[in-house]
Ligand binder design. Structure first.
Ligand SMILES: C[S@@+](CC[C@H](N)C(=O)[O-])C[C@H]1O[C@@H](n2cnc3c(N)ncnc32)[C@H](O)[C@@H]1O
Length: 398
């Protein structure tokens, strides 16, 4: 561990730079008091309920249901799931209850077309797909290729990829809408035409031509500004994701704002990049990485200013891709006002068609209202979860 460390209410002392950051942002360090006793959570894949006794026998403890969140269970702190059969067979996955609440706030219905604009590593993406059932589609976007590749691995492990497509892209400029067609009317084994213009079933093995094209695209990314230069890179698509059987022209079709208002996404999640200060587990990782890394990578004033600009851009673009009447959830695992309420206020002041809406399900959630009515805050003390800010918007007709 490096950097000066002062005593803090948490078991493991927080570095002075972090306490300073909390102080500057008006955050009370006592919310981290109970962070060491904050429970962990798992979500049981729907349909696996009958196997609960078997899972409990394997982990040698009884799993207590989270009363306010369907399919979620508390996981005792000393229980490791990585080596269990249930985990390896994709019956359970680790996801904080506050994250589960953010997904539930979307109010996903079967048949929805959902956009997850900052999707990696993918716990929320998996839950969205679980809730979607067997119609509709999910488009996952993330700027970090390696992180999105990890999401792809998750989708495959949990057998959730059928209706999902993943793009490496800048969420602030991503512009593709879902293909609102009977995607399952196209065969999964659609014939590839000679010019490879029609998408065939996705396979991890790409043709030599395709790999060369992708390598070249990546070289360009390294040397030029990603967002302005590149088409989103499609790194995965399931059989019923609205890609198989369609042409690149269909998938990459440019559309105008009027079309988006009709054919855009039904639900959008903007789980934005942030300073992660609400996630004490993330902050604790800096015990190994070094507290100076925390100051440089997280707390640096330029970086936090940049992050709020990015958050506003992500929220703005997510909202642009939403159809009229659709819902968008903005969440961050930061607890600062600058990354939450301030971003929401700036966004609302620029978008007359955006309306903050009440999250109905939240009436039974152990969270508190944030500074703006209808916005929510989870934290270890109030909610026994990781920290999370959640706001839900709808799009009105212009
Ligand atoms: C808080 S994490 C998202 C967690 C994810 N929703 C989940 O549940 O696993 C934020 C993500 O935003 C991504 N990100 C950062 N800048 C981005 C951008 N400009 N466009 C899209 N994604 C971005 C990061 O790579 C990171 O994976």
């Amino acid at each position: 561990m490096d950097g000066e460390v002062v005593a803090s209410p948490s078991k493991s002392p927080l570095p002075e730079a972090f306490l300073d950051f909390l102080n500057k942002n008006g955050l009370d360090p006592s919310i981290y008091v109970s962070s060491h006793s904050t429970p962990r959570y798992i979500r049981l894949k729907p349909g696996c309920q009958a196997q609960l006794p078997e899972i409990e026998a394997e982990i040698k403890c009884k799993l207590k249901e989270v009363s306010w969140l369907p399919d979620f269970y508390y996981l005792p702190p000393d229980v490791r799931i990585a080596s269990t059969k249930a985990y390896q067979e994709g019956k359970i996955y680790g996801i904080d209850a506050a994250s589960g609440a953010a997904v539930l706030a979307l109010g996903i219905s079967p048949g929805d077309h959902v956009l997850d604009l900052c999707a990696a590593p993918g716990a929320k993406l998996c839950m969205i797909l679980d809730l979607l059932g067997c119609s509709g589609s999910v488009t996952g976007v993330d700027v970090a290729r390696h992180r999105l590749a990890a999401s792809r691995t998750m989708l495959q492990k949990y057998a959730l990829g059928d209706r999902c497509r993943l793009f490496v892209a800048d969420g602030a400029t991503f512009s593709l809408i879902p293909l609102r067609v009977q995607s399952n009317s196209k065969s999964c084994n659609a014939k590839v035409d000679d010019n490879s213009e029609i998408y065939n079933q996705w396979t991890p093995r790409r043709s030599w031509k395709e790999r060369k094209r992708m390598a070249k695209a990546r070289e360009n990314i390294a040397s030029k500004m990603f967002s302005q230069m590149q088409d989103p890179e499609l790194i995965f698509y399931g059989c019923n994701s609205g890609v198989v059987g369609f042409s690149k022209h269909d998938v990459y079709r440019n559309i105008n704002d009027l079309e988006i208002s009709q054919f855009g996404y039904d639900k959008v999640l903007v789980d934005a990049e942030c300073t992660h200060d609400g996630s004490i587990k993330h902050i604790q990782k800096f015990e190994q990485w070094g507290w100076t890394t925390l100051s440089r990578r997280v707390l640096d004033a330029d970086r936090t200013d940049d992050v709020t600009i990015l958050q506003l851009k992500l929220l703005t673009n997510g909202f642009r891709l939403l159809k009229v009447g659709g819902c968008l959830v903005y969440s961050t695992c930061s607890l600062t006002v600058a990354q939450n309420e301030d971003v929401v206020e700036q966004f609302l002041s620029r978008h007359v068609t955006a309306e903050l809406v009440e999250i109905e399900a939240a009436k039974t959630w152990p969270c508190r209202q944030a500074r703006i009515p209808n916005t929510l805050r989870f934290d270890p003390l109030t909610s026994a979860t990781s920290g999370l800010f959640v706001a839900k918007f709808t799009k009105l007709a212009a």
